[in-house]
Write a protein that binds this ligand. Structure first.
Ligand SMILES: *Cc1c(COP(=O)(O)O)cnc(C)c1O
Length: 460
């Protein structure tokens, strides 16, 4: 990969949105009022918002111009045609079911194909995917390769599915497997890519067992970029061609356009098979709306068509992935323990190494999120005991997740490298005063997905 000092952003800034770092004393008050949970902060209280890369991208002038050309016809909108042709061109699937976002596409796919008692294998399902599988009373089965779980591994494709375990699964439960789902890139272990070889091998296996293969394509362009950069035989190949090849191995995909669609809302389900499409639209209409708009306004589809064409641009991707790597390297250089290599959309910090004195029961990753906000007005997200800890229903004891991570997800085309420098400084300051930081205790929690609304107090 090229050194970031050898090139510059492939855009210039035409419109600005002011942000400000409120004074430290005020940050202290705000985070306390928010119950030490950054989800409860207002965005105006945040200086650099790295909570998520979902729906937070900056659209281009072409994207904004497209909004004015939206065709708001209920049926047969030209904006739908525009979006459909773009999806056909990049993904190669003839049938396109628009939805309001990625999870709605999952809802249609799962409702259509998943039966109670089924098992749905994949490399590692995203939270909402897992949710939809479980709502259909089936079992999500995560089969990512072992390196995918290892913080210290610098394997190039840590998002790959373990083919041997997949074959065992297909062999012993074949009749209960409605399809296999590959998530590219693999969000839940840090946006790690899946290789073309692994996609091809997965396709061959699923064909042997006559099971369809689908993709969760939310970050397909970032995945294609990693293939181009790291897999032999793909150097210099156009991203569009790599994308076409990836999808050629599957039967369809779900897409959250809030990621690699470069828009703030939208998604779709794309399918190869016509009969399946006819089944899908039976669910689409009651769930999402008529077949030519799904959950979107005409203008949203028009902008998405632009975003999908822009996201496969190699200059854009080099800058995008380069910025993620720039942040990871900056942090590592200052001794902040980050997971390497970083994935496509963010950097993960190992909170247990930052605060070795805070036991897992006192929420070290949540404490790190709070500290990053206090030091630099930076908002990250906790992926540790707050998000994944579970109270055992039988013993009442807390079951702890393996990792205590903080994710800094970078919105696309939104922040400059100087913002990233401020993030590095904030993290370095946290590290410097690390020993003085105390853990947290929960004072209020919801029964499910508690991390969004939980309230904490500082331990004495
Ligand atoms: C965000 C995401 C989804 C869900 O998409 P939404 O647009 O948020 O509904 C599904 N899969 C992956 C991998 C995602 O990152």
């Amino acid at each position: 990969m090229r050194d970031r000092r050898e090139y510059a952003e492939p855009f210039r800034i035409k419109m600005v949105e002011p942000v400000q770092l409120i004074p430290r004393e005020e940050r202290r008050r705000k985070i306390e009022e928010a119950g030490f949970n950054v989800f409860r902060l207002r965005s105006s209280e945040v200086f650099i918002d790295l909570l998520t890369d979902s729906g937070t991208s900056a659209m281009s002038q072409s994207g904004w111009a497209a909004l004015l050309q939206g065709d708001e016809a209920y049926a047969g909108s030209s904006s739908y045609e525009e979006m459909k042709e773009t999806v056909q061109d990049i993904f190669g699937y003839p049938h396109v079911v628009p939805t309001h976002q990625g999870r709605a596409a999952e809802n249609i796919l799962m409702t259509m194909l998943v039966q109670p008692g089924d098992r749905v294998p994949g490399n590692m399902h995203f939270d909402t995917t897992e949710g939809h599988i479980m709502l259909n009373r089936a079992e999500p089965v995560n089969l990512v390769v072992q390196e995918g779980y290892r913080i210290s591994s610098d394997a190039p494709f840590k998002g790959n599915i373990d083919l041997q375990r997949l074959e065992e699964e297909l062999d012993s439960n074949g009749d209960r497997i409605p399809f296999v789902l590959l998530t590219i890139t693999c969000n839940n272990n840090g946006g790690q890519p899946v290789s073309m070889q692994n996609i091809r091998d997965t396709a061959e296996l699923t064909r042997k067992y006559d099971v369809p293969l689908f993709f969760d394509a939310a970050r397909f362009a970032e995945n294609a970029h990693f293939i181009r950069e790291r897999e032999s035989g793909y150097e210099g190949v156009e991203i569009r061609d790599i994308a076409r090849e990836m999808f050629s191995w599957g039967d369809g995909c779900t897409m959250s356009a809030k990621k690699d669609g470069l828009v703030n809302i939208g998604g779709f389900l794309a399918l190869r098979d016509e009969d399946l499409y006819h089944r899908a639209i039976q669910w689409q209409i009651p769930f999402e709306g008529y077949i030519t708009y799904g959950g979107m306004a005409g203008r949203d589809m028009q902008a998405m068509a632009v975003g999908l064409r822009e996201v496969i641009d190699e200059q854009y991707l080099q800058d995008r992935i380069g910025q993620v790597r720039y942040l990871a390297e900056g942090l590592a250089h200052r001794g902040v323990p980050v997971i390497e290599p970083p994935g496509g959309h963010g950097v993960f910090i190992d909170a247990r190494q930052v605060f070795p004195h805070i036991p897992q029961r006192d929420f070290p990753a949540q404490a790190l999120v709070v500290q990053l906000y206090l030091e630099g007005g930076v908002r990250g997200v906790e992926l540790g005991t707050s998000a994944f800890g579970r109270t055992d229903p039988d013993t009442g004891e807390m079951q702890y997740p393996e990792l205590e991570l903080v994710r800094l997800a970078i919105p696309r085309r939104v922040y400059t490298d100087r913002h990233m420098d401020r993030v590095v400084e904030a993290a370095a300051a946290v590290l410097e005063r690390g020993g003085e930081v105390r853990g947290l205790q929960l004072v209020r929690e919801a029964p499910v997905l508690r991390h969004f609304t939980a309230e904490f107090a500082r331990l004495p």
